[in-house]
Write a new protein. Structure first.
Lengths: 382, 224
């Protein structure tokens, strides 16, 4: 007796573990002239954050990977297959690369409904398969009710979901997301992030995620790559790269309001600290010990929110650095007051609450003490 | 009112503007996306009929169609008669004469399609031609209608080229503008006026359609 089983369409995702390898050079224009993009990295399955200021070359890099612009030379490969190789003279056309790309402006087709937009990339599938796949993605991204609407008729957050769904439904070999969460409110953002994470658990592909929001780096990143002026200036796990920056660009981007040139005066290896003199002034700071020689020069970054102000000389504090100074000016920014304090020729920016300003009756000319914890000082190379 | 001349003209304009859709779309596609450095020469050549006196254009078309030119000889060996002073010859002359009025609106509307849509289409696995068919053409509807209407209206009113290439053969090459000229020559003003009014009204209606559409550059409107 013969048993025939009907072939059921396999809708469960394939689990291909792919890796994206990029080693390219490319001249690209930016508002300040032209830069050389020169990068080499591997991205494994999961989120890799591309972090950097605008003009750092992030979008140019994504365009090269997607095949929308040609690098000057180098190699791009995904899952072991060469997409571009200047030595082998190989350059796969963008439309044959199977790389999902959500551009910053989303680029939804205005003359098609959300449903038609999502089905657009399923050209090679049978009609039944197209329907099944788009229904599946519409449900998992919770946008089924938008199916018959045009992009102009739906909200920004919904458009973002449709654009993501349109790229994901094709089951790309790698995914490029150019600031997909920009301009979304916080609840929308976090629900979209959890949808993306869920999708990524099923489809293990490399996801390059561009942002210049440091919050998103910590929320999403398995790995972060920091781009500045077209080159990779730091790479690693988010807390390594973002919290203890070794480079000033990272510090600027990750929110150090105070960055000082400093000279190492003394090392206290028994205590795990060292003493640094700031700038040309008389201010000395006790900072965490790093591998450095006495007399070597480095930079110290301190967040304005990590500093304390006192109106009397504080006593009995654990903090090692208490610096007398004078308030130069106060500036209210939304609900934060930024105080600029002159401590013997070195200016510190300190962030306070409105209530603290009023309770301490702070104003220009007032004598204060700035309190700096040793471990609030982040050391960077020059 | 000379109805024979009227229908001949509408027939001519219909054929010419339809053929210009077929010729103009690929040409406009090439003009929009080609990165050839000498492209501007082709653009200038396409625009020539706008500035050239119709008699000059007609003169060269007549030479090209005559039995002493290779094209004319080839056509003669094929059909047994020359192209000059025939309806077919008139179609060829009018195609050249109205070419920019079709190609320029086509190219302008293709070029106005947001390039990030084309990039998105490529990353979703569509070749440039598939992208053109599914994204560029539907978003260029207004430009296509404009080009069609302008080349239709422009052909309706042509005079110089017709006179040079077609002559004035009733039922074959006598169009309304030639007919009006004839009426005026024989001081038959009221008949000339009747025909002129018809031409005026048709031209106005066609241009109203064109300008009505271009208020909405993305005409996905009522007829989608």
């Amino acid at each position: 007796m013969e048993v025939t089983t009907a072939a059921t369409p396999q809708t469960s995702p394939q689990t291909i573990s792919s890796e994206l390898e990029v080693r390219i050079r490319k001249r690209f224009p930016n508002p300040e002239g032209s830069f050389n993009l020169n990068v080499h990295f591997r991205a494994l399955a999961g989120f890799t954050i591309l972090f950097g200021a605008s003009g750092a070359g992030k979008t140019t890099l994504l365009d090269c990977i997607a095949g929308l612009t040609d690098p000057d030379d180098g190699r791009i490969a995904v899952g072991g297959e060469d997409l571009y190789d200047s030595e082998k003279k190989r350059n796969v056309a963008a439309w044959k690369r199977r790389i999902g790309y959500v551009q910053q402006d989303l680029a939804l087709f205005p003359h098609l409904t959300a449903g038609e937009n999502v089905a657009y990339g399923l050209r090679t599938f049978s009609a039944a398969e197209r329907t099944a796949r788009s229904r599946e993605i519409f449900e998992s991204f919770r946008i089924a009710h938008l199916r018959d609407r045009r992009p102009a008729q739906i909200s920004g957050g919904e458009r973002q979901r449709v654009a993501l769904a349109r790229a994901l439904v094709t089951e790309p070999r790698a995914l490029l997301l150019d600031e997909p969460l920009a301009a979304l409110d916080r609840p929308t953002k976090s629900s979209l992030v959890s949808d993306l994470r869920r999708w990524n658990q099923l489809h293990r592909v490399p996801i390059l995620f561009v942002t210049h929001n440091s919050e998103e780096v910590f929320a999403l990143g398995d790995e972060v790559i920091v781009l500045d002026g077209g080159i990779i200036v730091a790479q690693g796990r988010p807390h390594e790269v973002m919290r203890v920056p070794r480079l000033e660009t990272v510090a600027n981007l990750s929110g150090f309001e105070n960055i000082f040139n400093a000279t190492v005066l003394a090392l206290h290896e028994d205590r795990g600290t060292m003493t640094c003199q700031l700038g040309g002034g008389k201010v000395e700071l006790e900072t965490p010990l790093v591998r450095a020689d006495v007399g070597s020069r480095l930079r110290v970054g301190v967040r304005a929110g990590d500093l304390l102000l006192a109106t009397e000389s504080p006593r009995g504090l654990s903090a090692r650095n208490v610096l007398p100074g004078t308030i130069q000016r106060l500036e209210q920014r939304d609900v934060i007051v930024a105080a600029v304090v002159d401590c013997g020729g070195t200016e510190f920016e300190v962030h306070l609450t409105l209530a603290a300003r009023d309770a301490l009756q702070l104003g220009p000319g007032k004598s204060v003490w700035v309190v700096v914890k040793t471990h609030s000082c982040h050391l960077m190379g020059m | 009112m000379n109805w024979e001349a009227f229908w001949l003209t509408v027939h001519l304009a219909g054929i010419v503007s339809t053929l210009l859709l077929a010729i103009g779309i690929p040409l406009a596609y090439w003009l929009t996306y080609s990165r050839w450095r000498w492209k501007f020469l082709v653009e200038a050549a396409v625009a020539l009929p706008i500035v050239l006196p119709p008699t000059v254009l007609g003169f060269y078309v007549l030479l090209a169609l005559g039995s002493r030119s290779p094209i004319g000889r080839w056509w003669e060996s094929l059909t047994g008669h020359t192209l000059a002073f025939t309806f077919e010859g008139l179609v060829i002359g009018s195609l050249l004469y109205s070419l920019p009025f079709a190609v320029q609106p086509f190219a302008a509307s293709f070029g106005a399609v947001d390039s990030s849509l084309l990039r998105a289409s490529a990353s979703l696995g569509h070749s440039p031609l598939q992208t053109f068919r599914r994204i560029v053409l539907p978003l260029s509807k207004a430009g296509l209608v404009t080009g069609f209407a302008l080349s239709f209206a422009h052909t309706l009113g042509e005079f110089g080229v017709v006179l040079m290439v077609g002559g004035n053969i009733p039922g074959v090459t006598r169009t309304i503008s030639i007919d009006i000229y004839d009426q005026v020559q024989t001081a038959n003003y009221s008949s000339a006026n009747q025909t002129a009014v018809v031409l005026l009204v048709i031209s106005f209606v066609v241009l109203s359609i064109v300008y009505g559409l271009s208020r909405r550059p993305w005409a996905v409107g009522p007829w989608r």
